[in-house]
Design a protein around this ligand. Structure first.
Ligand code: ZN
Ligand code: ZN
Length: 224
């Protein structure tokens, strides 16, 4: 269920926070199931939207990390919104209205056993103090390369195994990674993000698939 690349990551509890620190969350298991880079239009569009709303700078290729679904919101729940790109959007991306960081992301494909974080759009506690996560938990694959457009910027070279760069989704390298076959946590210490999402307001951005968001005027729906 975990890629061996991450065997040295500290498996104990880790903190996740928004960039400004108003929102603080703890996750019970600090070793990622896997880390990937994603070039897809939806990841990029959400991060562009959050950025024009005042959030973090959009990375040319976002890094996605996947974690066990067991969290405790320590503070700042009132800032959280669940954001969908469009009515039929399948990913639910938590956004903090204090600074437009993006926190936990859910997708039906994760089957409730894990959630995703954008490494560049929030703060995740280091595995080893002062060693960047790109060293301790490097991306093991790069996916949806077909969606990459050079207008995003100069493509950074993929630092991992070049055979793990894929035009669309990646093959299942890791036994048990498939969320449908992954065991759920035996002794959760917090809650699943689905129960959190039931309490926080949701908003649907109504964005056309693949449309670039370069300014607030590109967004039909804003935050009230
Ligand atoms: Zn914040
Ligand atoms: Zn993506």
């Amino acid at each position: 269920m975990f890629d061996k690349i991450y065997d040295n990551c500290d498996p104990t509890e880790k903190e996740i926070s928004c960039q400004c620190g108003e929102v603080l969350i703890k996750m019970s298991h600090g070793r990622p199931r896997r880390v990937m880079e994603c070039c897809c239009v939806d990841c990029y569009q959400h991060l562009e939207w959050a950025s024009v709303m005042g959030g973090p700078k959009v990375p040319i290729v976002p890094t996605l990390s996947y974690w066990d679904n067991d969290v405790v919101v320590v503070r700042g729940e009132e800032h959280l919104r669940v954001v969908l790109l469009r009515e039929d959007g399948r990913s639910k991306r938590t956004t903090a209205t204090c600074c437009f960081s993006t926190l936990m992301v859910d997708h039906p494909g994760y089957s409730g056993v894990m959630f995703m974080l954008f490494e560049e759009a929030c703060r995740i506690q280091d595995d080893v103090p002062d060693v960047p996560p790109t060293k301790t938990r490097p991306a093991e694959s790069r996916i949806y390369f077909k969606d990459f457009d050079t207008s995003r910027g100069k493509l950074p070279e993929f630092g991992g195994d070049p055979s793990r760069v894929h035009q669309t989704c990646c093959p299942k390298y890791i036994n048990g990674w498939n969320s449908k076959s992954s065991p759920t946590l035996e002794n959760p210490s917090g809650e699943k993000i689905q129960s959190l999402f039931e309490r926080i307001p949701q908003m649907i951005l109504g964005l056309e698939e693949g449309k670039r968001i370069l300014s607030r005027s590109d967004c039909p729906v804003g935050f009230e």
